[in-house]
Design a protein around this ligand. Sequence first.
Ligand code: UTP
Length: 293
Amino acid sequence: MTKKVTKAVFPVAGLGTRSLPATKAVAKEMLPVVDKPLIQYAVEEAIAAGIDTMIFVTGRNKDSIPNHFDKSYELEKELEKSGKTELLKMLHELLPAHVSCVFVRQGQALGLGHAVHCAKPIVGDEPFAVILPDDLIEDGNRGCMKQMVELFEQQQCSILGVERVDPKETHKYGIVEHNETAPGVGQLKSIVEKPKPEVAPSNIAVVGRYVLTPAIFEKIETTGRGTGGEIQLTDAIAALMQDEQVLSYEFKGNRYDCGSKFGFLLANVEYGLLHPEIKAEFADYLKQRVEKI
Ligand code: UTP
């Protein structure tokens, strides 16, 4: 029987040190790109992929994430009283009724692999998606995860979202080596976490989108601490591909690394230029501003 992806894990327990001081008291995933927090974009991408169970792996200082998805009675009452029906409608649409949220705590930030493992009791024996909200991906369509879930439905195996990066930047990513089997799709041959450019097997980097089979949990359990002393998802995937087929998938779309200051700024510019309310005014401003540089 073919399996479907109905659950998404959002590891959001990281410390966000690259975005300090903004992330001292505010969760990185709550930083807004134009007018929506990163976590909202991530959840919308999962919903567009047909996923209905959102599992957030949270940690200290992340209370604003459950608050964001809770019903806000006082605010809704105020909006109702003042006749702001459009805003009220927008609030209701943040989380459609068929979608449920589950919050799991990662007591200590021991790495992405460890964070994903915290979701095991909720995921159970099913394939699942992993979305890192700080990698914001705009594909002008129904989203990167939708593309990956469609590929999963055909292939029924783990899939890593990948992108070609500047060869000088391999030390920032998990890097793969693969045999291309179809345009944009490759069979994984090796994967290594944050290799220096001189030893990197390629410039094909894993970014924050995965579809994983539940066999990954057992692999995480036997994965020791790797790069940076953390339990790395990359190392568990390297073990998984010894037993099962793992594919890499070059998604269509533009990715913005909102965990870095520069990527976050780019995302705000690009999403500002797409936003129906402000795009014309913002484009005019940018044109005039650029002339003065
Ligand atoms: P990052 O490498 O971006 O780490 O984690 P970070 O702590 O969030 O940010 P910096 O590097 O200090 O600025 C990638 C993803 O994995 C999650 C993070 O929340 C982010 O979504 N993560 C990382 C966890 O949930 N737990 C961890 O122990 C580590």
